[in-house]
Design a protein around this ligand. Structure first.
Ligand SMILES: *Cc1c(COP(=O)(O)O)cnc(C)c1O
Length: 231
């Protein structure tokens, strides 16, 4: 676990490098609430979590704590369909990791039942690893071309999220980020009437400056803020 001053100085350092219009998600998964509160004390309000139960625990401890900070949460992990209802109760500001149409439709149904409108990002898969989930650019473009989003009643698709290949080959990483960004641009061209489709979430601790150069406007940074995770 990182000390208090480490967390706030790292956040300040990262924020100072972010161009206007680029937002920072502080990825707090596997880190304790104290670390989140330290980040909050230095002005960070937006956090990313990848497991429903962990988020639930943190939201509950936050409510029970003396802190009056209003934190916003992005869900960034693989979401099982049987956890959707539980997640929506926690009112995430964004579900960044919609990786199938089945999941999208279940989120829509549950959001409608809960009387809310849920903002989401579509996860696009461009990286070489087989293990990473998400839509291929072609699948995603086909969905928007067929105007599948018009069936949604309680879900706002706000953009795309993606990850680059996990490699030291910077040219590969850059090509992946450019592929994610062009998928976003192509969707905008196909469906220019999509309201609030404006977010390109890409870039993590090791590669967020490059992601920004390639057109990210939301970056998800964990380790560079909170230190190594204890799994
Ligand atoms: C964990 C995680 C991050 C943060 O990764 P770091 O390398 O710690 O910055 C970003 N995005 C997703 C989807 C993650 O699961």
């Amino acid at each position: 676990m990182s000390s208090v001053s480490d967390i706030s100085s790292r956040i300040a350092a990262i924020r100072s490098t972010l161009p206007q219009g680029v937002e920072l998600v502080a990825v707090s998964k596997f880190h304790p609430l104290e670390s989140i509160l330290e980040a909050a004390a230095s002005g960070q309000r937006l956090f990313g979590e990848s497991r429903v139960q962990e988020l639930e625990r943190k939201v509950a401890s936050m409510a029970a704590s003396e802190s009056t900070e209003e934190l916003r949460w992005h869900f960034i992990g693989h979401l099982q369909t049987n956890k959707v209802r539980q997640l929506l109760r926690l009112r995430p500001a964004m579900i960044e990791s919609v990786d199938s149409l089945r999941l999208l439709h279940i989120i829509d149904r549950e959001a409608l039942a809960a009387g809310i409108v849920q903002p989401v990002l579509m996860q696009v898969h461009v990286a070489r690893e087989e293990t990473k989930t998400g839509f291929s650019p072609d699948e995603l473009l086909a969905f928007f071309r067929s105007r599948g989003f018009e069936e949604l009643r309680a879900t706002h698709i706000c953009g795309v999220m993606g990850m680059a290949s996990n490699t030291d080959d910077e040219a590969r990483v850059e090509a992946d980020f450019r592929a994610i960004r062009s998928c976003f641009d192509e969707i905008l061209r196909i469906a220019p009437d999509l309201r609030s489709f404006s977010t390109v979430s890409m870039g993590m601790s090791g590669d967020y400056p490059l992601a920004i150069d390639c057109g990210a406007n939301l970056v998800r940074v964990g380790t560079a803020i909170f230190g190594d995770r204890q799994y």
